[in-house]
Design a protein around this ligand. Sequence first.
Ligand SMILES: O=P(O)(O)OC[C@H]1O[C@H](O[C@H]2O[C@H](CO)[C@@H](O)[C@H](O)[C@H]2O)[C@H](O)[C@@H](O)[C@@H]1O
Length: 274
Amino acid sequence: MGIPEPSTPAGRAGLAALLAEPRSAVVALDFDGTLAPIVADPDSARADPAAVAALEALAPLLGAVVVVTGRPAAVAVEYGGFAGLDRFTVLGQYGAERWEGGVLTSPPPPAGVAAAREQLPSVLAESGAPEGTWTEDKGRALAVHTRRTADPQGALEQLRAPLEQLAAANGLMVEPGRYVLELRPPGVDKGGALTAFLAEREPGPVLYAGDDLGDLPAYAALERRRAAGHPALLVCSSATTGEAQVTELADRADLLVPGPAGVAELLGALAARL
Ligand SMILES: O=P(O)(O)OC[C@H]1O[C@H](O[C@H]2O[C@H](CO)[C@@H](O)[C@H](O)[C@H]2O)[C@H](O)[C@@H](O)[C@@H]1O
């Protein structure tokens, strides 16, 4: 398969720059929905093996590969099978954590997370959280998932206000995602994490691929770089699980690919060309 053509002039320029100067390029990727297919049980998510194989081939040819994810960095490394990859960094928990060369940096969670953890079960019970509502405890964040309820979108709307109140009472924010509301510390996002990483590397072209609302700040960071004359390619991994597309992301993308399989194909095609 060849490399699909971006639909925007800026995206075509970003791709051309990446192909012309790969050693200075950075490829940045979200994890769930981009490298790993969406599944009902978050603990069962694993990176598409074709994507991992493509990254193995691609990473040595590039300046750097970085995964920017809401997952704890160590979980992304494990579920992604990234431990042996070269020139590879994981920025976890929206940039609060970093894994690189086998070393994990993870600051302690703020006190508000422990308080929210204690209060969450009663808040869920009082708000009538439907059967199938499930909490993922990520240490410095609590993700309330509704994918396994009978009406995932309805459940999300039902829980939004009570979870926003709980977050605000404990100095946290709510990060919305695909059938999930995450209570997490404010002050970091994927845009800040990516910008700080790029400032360390001073790269040429940057490709970013994501699938969800949490990826919008990373898109914004690359749009700002682009406005300053640095080429970039914004890729959207479209939803392939029957749920609504994240149009805020798809509308700003230079290139849409069909889910993690499409991302894997794109990475494989880039590796083959380079
Ligand atoms: O930034 P990401 O790498 O995209 O992580 C965002 C959240 O993804 C996970 O939840 C999502 O994927 C699950 C597994 O496919 C799915 O069941 C769930 O509905 C999705 O919202 C993960 O569980 C969260 O911790 C991440 O923050």
